[in-house]
Design a protein around this ligand. Structure first.
Ligand SMILES: Nc1ncnc2c1ncn2[C@@H]1O[C@H](COP(=O)(O)OP(=O)(O)OP(=O)(O)O)[C@@H](O)[C@H]1O
Length: 600
């Protein structure tokens, strides 16, 4: 996967982001966990109310304290001190509890979103088709791991912050109004102008810089993961110089984006300091004349300053939290885009399940004695760049074994992709047995994370490490290892339950034999093998096909080696222009253009 400069959408305005934020946020509040979500929400609102009430009480306590001191009223002074002690006794556990509830709320929300996203990512094989929908969803892993966590943390932080700010604004506006109404009017005008200016100047650049930064960080991490996954090939090629320059190049892009962000953040910091400091003297300027005229007590000045500060903080919340807000906007955009695409894929999956016609290949169940039937099949590579087959038919009966041949790049693997449903765009009908009765061995063997047993049982894991469940005793697995000519593997690595990086530890031929074992274990009625024995010697290949003949009724192989022909009853040969020919395997030598071209 290269650079993600393509049509990856970037956020435009806050107005456009808000509905997207709500679309992602409401999933939790209206979803299966809605009771939990709403419970947390109510708890957060109640706690915020208590929090604000405490702040107002503190402001009155402070006022009484200052007035008692300035007027030397000893009894009132100690009363105010006790009031403070009482407030602290309530505030200390309350503030801790607020943090606790907010932390749990963020975690519960994150769990919900990650589970939902992971479900969508693995449903209908979305992890494979994610980028076939015209929108680039770069680094889905980062979106699931990091973006959700940041989205939830920022949303909780900002939502509770906004809630508290609104409440304290309402509460202190009353206090301040009773002291000086003009001060309240001034504050609202000042904050309105400040917020408008901030959003106008800093909104778009900071939002898109945050978006780009997330993208570049994801690209950097992906380049390092690729090195880890392909370390041996890179080491053989001595490709470290090239890989290092790719990693450095991607890091440079992170740094470059980060520098732009820091520059803009510095501008924002300067502006928000000017914005907040320029009002420091304002409350005193308004209240001092009243005090000098004897119209208010001394403590009222400090209360007015305190209330002014609170309202100013509330009204200036957007300015003060603009960095966080623009970060949240970028995370929202990334999550909303991925969710939209996952929803499209889900809808498409449902439509396919319902047997949709038109631009999609229709999949139906085959009836005995037919195991596989392709009728009027027409499809191209994604993006319609290259025709793979044009209105072609073929039928495979029970017991028949088909070898697909043709020049490299003609579309043999693509045909298996279409049959398995990985590529669905096209025309025609494909009849196969039920999905659970088919098994595909892809060209590149895949070794999942886990033990040797996990490698053998893949893609099933439900059997776990039980010893006799479903007749999968260790003895049976060891016998199958002998069948695929890996008799000493379990002993060599230290047993079936040893965990290793199997794609590194096993040779390609060993990985192909492990994959073959999975096929034998699965007992499919129709198997597909895409160059599944290309790394094996001829004797091992013969032994595996012999075992396959016993275990599986019909199979379809893709391969280049002419010696494969004898394990099949028929050959399907790609003959160019999106056409193919099916004929008995015994006629291969006489009929095959491809074979004469020097296959193998
Ligand atoms: N995801 C994809 N997007 C666009 N083109 C693709 C994609 N996958 C494969 N192709 C193209 O489709 C054509 C057929 O590829 P395919 O892998 O089916 O060939 P093949 O006959 O199996 O080749 P080989 O014998 O080398 O394995 C190739 O030209 C390939 O580049």
């Amino acid at each position: 996967m290269g650079e993600w400069e393509g049509p990856s959408p970037t956020p435009q305005t806050f107005a456009a982001i808000l509905p997207k934020w709500w679309k992602v946020a409401k999933l939790w509040f209206y979803g299966d966990d809605k009771l939990l979500a709403r419970g947390y929400l109510i708890a957060a609102v109640v706690l915020s109310l208590l929090y604000t009430w405490l702040l107002v009480t503190i402001s009155y306590a402070q006022r009484n304290f200052s007035t008692a001191m300035s007027e030397k009223r000893v009894a009132e002074f100690y009363q105010a001190v006790w009031m403070f002690v009482l407030i602290i006794a309530i505030a200390a556990p309350l503030f801790a509890f607020v943090n606790f509830v907010e932390g749990r709320l963020a975690l519960a929300w994150r769990i919900f979103l990650v589970k939902k996203m992971v479900r969508g990512y693995f449903a209908n094989r979305a992890f494979f088709t994610l980028n076939q929908y015209g929108v680039v969803v770069d680094n889905p892993d980062q979106r699931i791991c990091d973006d959700i966590a940041s989205f939830v943390a920022s949303s909780v932080m900002l939502a509770t912050e906004v809630l508290r700010k609104i409440m304290s604004c309402v509460a202190f506006a009353g206090v301040l109004w009773s002291i000086s109404p003009s001060l309240v009017v001034y504050l609202f005008l000042y904050a309105g102008a400040g917020t408008w200016f901030t959003t106008w100047v800093f909104g778009k650049p900071l939002m898109s810089l945050n978006f780009r930064l997330l993208q570049k960080e994801g690209d950097l991490r992906f380049s390092l993961v690729r090195v880890r996954e392909n370390n041996e090939s890179i080491a053989f090629y001595k490709g470290e110089g090239r890989e290092k320059s790719i990693v450095s190049d991607r890091f440079d892009k992170v740094v470059f984006t980060k520098i732009s962000k820091i520059n803009w953040a510095a501008g924002l910091g300067l502006w928000s300091n000017v914005y907040s400091y320029s009002t420091i003297l304002v409350p005193s300027l308004f209240t001092a004349p009243l005090y000098f005229a004897g119209m208010i007590e001394f403590g009222v000045i400090s209360q007015a300053s305190y209330a002014f500060g609170r309202i100013e903080a509330a009204l200036g919340a957007i300015v003060a939290n603009f960095q966080e807000i623009s970060g949240l906007a970028a995370q929202t955009e990334r999550l909303a885009v991925m969710m939209d695409v996952l929803e499209d894929i889900e809808r498409e999956g449902d439509a396919n399940a319902a047997g949709r016609q038109g631009q999609h290949i229709v999949h139906l169940e085959s009836q005995s004695p037919v195991v596989l039937q392709l009728e009027g099949l027409t499809f191209s590579t994604p993006g319609d760049k290259q025709y793979i087959c044009d209105n072609q038919d073929v039928t495979l009966l029970q017991g028949e074994k088909l070898l697909i041949v043709g020049p490299t790049g003609c579309g043999k693997s693509s045909l298996l992709r279409a049959i398995s449903g990985l590529w669905s765009r096209g025309k025609g009908t494909i009849r196969t047995p039920d999905v659970s009765s088919m098994f595909f061995l892809p060209q590149k063997p895949y070794m999942p994370l886990g033990t040797l047993r996990d490698q053998l049982l893949f893609p099933t894991s439900a059997w776990g490490s039980g010893h006799d469940e479903a007749n999968l005793s260790d003895a049976k697995l060891l016998a199958l290892l002998r069948t695929v000519r890996l008799p000493g593997l379990a002993d060599r690595v230290g047993g079936l339950d040893v965990e290793m990086d199997w794609s590194q530890v096993l040779s390609l031929g060993e990985q192909q034999r492990v994959a073959f074992l999975r096929l034998l274990l699965h007992r499919a009625s129709l198997a597909f093998l895409d160059e599944a024995t290309s790394a094996l010697d001829i004797n091992t290949e013969a032994a595996l096909y012999e075992a396959l003949n016993v275990a599986v009724g019909s199979y379809v192989s893709v391969g280049h080696r002419p010696q494969l022909v004898k394990y099949h009853t028929h050959v399907l040969e790609f003959v160019g222009n999106g056409s193919w020919l099916k004929y008995p395997a015994s006629e291969f030598d006489a009929r095959s253009q491809y074979g004469k071209g020097g296959a193998g």
